[in-house]
Ligand binder design. Structure first.
Ligand code: ZN
Ligand code: ZN
Ligand code: ZN
Length: 393
């Protein structure tokens, strides 16, 4: 999910970071023979310009030729929301009486790129892509992420600072959860979810992206939608929540943390499974170092859980990158041979899910620091917190 722009006044640090990003984008375009990037709504646009376009049916498209000032083709009525770029980007507002595709075609003609290789936003609507293809029959098309994803995956100093602050804010909510300050037994999952979200806002996020609360058998569904179920005593409850936090007028960066709590003393089986999960997560974080592949970190957590006999219940990848989007490169998954490097930011979140019975997950965001080692952005207690000592009804 892409985060909005809460404050259009940009700091000098954020501006110079953007100038630097544009330069690196252009180097990558030269390297890959891409003649222009066409960025619609999605996270590439705010990463480069600070503008988060709403995913409207009206066309928003940043045209980035190899040289010259990028031009943002934007619906006229949205233009007042575009933050001042201090000359980095030129605005081309269009009215409802115009065809914005003609405007884009014209810009590409001036850049000599109508028959070139064009990189289009991964998140662009099909109507945008097909409309452009009709206007530009000679162009060849690629995903813009071929250029932007590896660059966005390596966070600069301003981005790392925003991620750290978001992680610390999420940690304060997790600490309250683990201290038993958020009542569980007798409440609906949806109510606990709403409280987690409200606390994220109170701790400085400007937006809640999700607050999963899965109790009892629902905890075995990793992305359970919190609902009417009333939480009982003696259950594991998976709480996975995150939102976006912004610094100095920059765009928002995401938090994402999971802690599992238990409402009453855990059974021996749950206690044992959790100990395996905790060891797996710890081993995964320790293995996250510059020079190893993303896949190897996945293998480390999976091996701990496999060897303890719970492997069939770990049903998803170990993690995902995080930044302006909750899920982005690098993915910590089998087959991803991306070599980790300083500035990579991602989750390490193994889980154990026993269908119909119980589930658990433990998640921290980790960045690869300048020395090449793992820096945990989440430090809330990793033990299984017993939050209420009620008697099962
Ligand atoms: Zn997820
Ligand atoms: Zn999560
Ligand atoms: Zn996650």
């Amino acid at each position: 999910m892409s985060a909005g722009t809460p404050n259009p006044v940009l700091s000098e640090g954020a501006r110079s970071a953007r100038v630097d990003r544009l330069e690196r984008v252009r180097q990558a375009m030269d390297h890959q023979g891409i003649d222009a990037l066409l960025l619609s709504h999605g996270a590439d646009l705010p990463w480069l310009t600070g503008y988060s376009a709403m995913p409207l049916e009206r066309l928003t498209l940043l045209v980035v030729p190899r040289r010259g000032t990028p031009v943002l083709v934007v619906p006229g009525l949205e233009a007042p929301r575009v933050p001042d770029s201090d000359g980095m980007v030129e605005l081309a507002p269009w009215s409802d009486a115009e065809d914005p595709m003609d405007l884009v075609t014209d810009l590409l003609r001036r850049a000599g790129a109508t028959a070139g290789r064009l990189g289009i936003s991964d998140r662009a609507w099909a109507t945008t892509v097909l409309g452009l293809q009709r206007h530009l029959p000679e162009a060849r098309w690629r995903e813009a992420s071929a250029v932007t994803a590896p660059l966005r995956a390596v966070k600069d100093a301003t981005e790392l600072e925003a991620l750290r602050r978001a992680g610390a804010a999420a940690d304060r909510v997790a600490a309250a959860l683990q201290a038993g300050e958020i009542p569980m037994v007798g409440r609906r999952e949806a109510d606990v979810s709403a409280e987690l979200g409200a606390r994220l806002l109170a701790e400085g996020h400007f937006q809640v992206n999700f607050a999963i609360v899965g109790s009892g058998p629902n905890a075995a569904s990793p992305h359970h939608e919190p609902g009417e179920r009333v939480i009982q005593a003696g259950e594991t409850v998976v709480c996975d929540f995150g939102g976006a936090l912004a610094l100095d007028g920059d765009v928002g960066y995401c938090s994402d943390i999971t802690r599992t709590v238990v409402t009453g003393e855990p059974t021996a089986e749950v206690g044992e499974a959790y100990e395996v999960l905790r060891r797996a997560q710890q081993a995964g974080v320790a293995a996250a170092r510059a020079g190893v592949t993303a896949a190897s970190v996945d293998a480390v957590t999976r091996t701990v859980i496999d060897e303890a006999g719970w492997g069939e219940y770990f049903i998803h990848r170990t993690g995902h990158g995080i930044g302006i989007e909750e899920h982005e490169d690098p993915y910590i998954v089998v087959g991803n041979e991306t070599v980790l490097e300083p500035g990579h930011a991602f989750s390490v979140e193994p889980g154990i899910y026993v269908p119909g019975r119980f589930g658990m997950r433990l998640e921290d965001i980790v960045i690869i620091d300048e020395q090449g080692g793992p820096e945990r952005l989440n430090r809330a207690d990793h033990a299984l917190a017993v939050v209420e000592s009620g008697v099962a009804p």
